[in-house]
Design a protein around this ligand. Structure first.
Ligand code: AMP
Ligand code: MN
Ligand code: MN
Length: 320
């Protein structure tokens, strides 16, 4: 696929979905695609499915149109179903069953761990974000302010505000093109990326204070147990950014952050500064992601989870 119109031939209905626990790139790419279709193909019926996004993304246009479940639409057979930023079929959020029954399926993504689960797969593992991959499939002169705002949000989030090594000259060029639409990029970045609530800052501080250094200071581990999350009244969404802060500790090669989203069931976030390929570690434990940012879900005691993870990381650190 070179351009998006190639997949729209004879299509009247389109379903769009991102991944579980949608992040900025997932929301930005799904909404960017939705808004692009809405403006340029008004005759198409397009629906977006995403788990409840964080309220900080409410500046993106038409967020109220998003379906958070498939209730009453279980039998909807879309002519085309597109996933964005979804690394494997199991990771399609709420709309998995609709993907299965759709007539044509397309997967647009940038995860190196993605083997391609659509009938058509457009996966560019070297590109910063699904939002950037999407931009390259759109006609630049058909993009307008609303779609541009969403796509810019996705690129800014998945590059850590144009900081990570996946940020390329093309990423910057595209971000520059998008800025021309005149949205308030400073406000978008402050509000959707950096801003934290008081309690989010409190838990960040707590995790950092209790973090442990392993493997001669090359690996740092932060954790939050269920009972502490309940004490502060926080959910996984409130813990975004904690692992990125851990990674910035001097001397650290790998940062691990785990939180207990159900008793004895942990969501694991991994970040690398370059030597260790954390997507391999995540894939080993049934997850996925990128070389420098990956994740998985693991059962067991906190102690076992951390031990198992660090053992896999150590193999890479020792060059085994
Ligand atoms: P996170 O640590 O949640 O910000 O995720 C980092 C990267 O790993 C993202 O690109 C996710 O899509 C991917 N990822 C996180 N958790 C999983 C999982 N359980 N399975 C597959 N990929 C994951
Ligand atoms: Mn994502
Ligand atoms: Mn992404």
């Amino acid at each position: 696929m070179e351009r998006i119109h190639e997949i729209l031939e004879n299509v009247k209905t389109v379903g769009i979905a991102g991944h579980l626990r949608p992040d900025g790139d997932c929301i930005g790419s799904c909404m960017g695609f939705y808004l692009y279709l809405k403006h340029n193909y008004p005759e198409l019926e397009a629906d977006v499915y995403l788990e409840e996004p964080k309220p900080v993304f409410s500046y993106i246009a038409h967020m109220d149109d998003v379906f958070h479940d498939i209730q009453g639409r279980e039998d909807m057979v879309y002519d085309l179903f597109v996933t964005l930023d979804v690394s494997s079929k199991e990771r399609i959020g709420v709309a998995g069953p609709l993907f299965d029954i759709a007539k044509k399926t397309v997967c647009i993504d940038h995860h190196v761990s993605n083997h391609g689960f659509g009938q058509i797969n457009h996966i560019r593992g070297e590109i910063s974000s699904a939002s950037e991959v999407l931009y390259n499939l759109l006609e630049p002169d058909k993009i307008e302010l609303e779609a541009a705002t969403a796509i810019y949000t996705g690129i800014a989030h998945d590059t850590g505000v144009f900081q990570y090594s996946t940020t390329s000259p093309d990423t910057m060029r595209i971000a520059g093109e998008l800025m021309k639409y005149g949205f308030n990029f400073s406000k978008i970045i402050d509000h959707s990326f950096y801003e934290k609530t008081y309690v989010q800052n409190q838990v960040m501080g707590r995790v950092l204070a209790e973090s442990i250094m392993l493997q001669d200071g090359k690996c740092i581990v932060g954790y939050m147990k269920r009972k502490d999350m309940d004490f502060y009244g926080v959910t996984g969404k409130d813990l975004d950014g904690v692992v990125s802060q851990l990674r910035l500790t001097q001397g650290v090669e790998v940062a691990i952050f785990v939180y207990e989203f159900e008793p004895q069931f942990f969501k694991v976030s991994l970040r690398s500064n370059g030597i260790v390929d954390v997507s391999k570690v995540a894939v080993f434990f049934g997850g996925g992601g990128h070389m420098r940012a990956a994740g998985c879900d693991m059962r067991g005691s906190m102690y076992d989870v951390i031990n198992n993870l660090t053992a896999e990381i150590e193999k890479q650190l020792l060059g085994e």
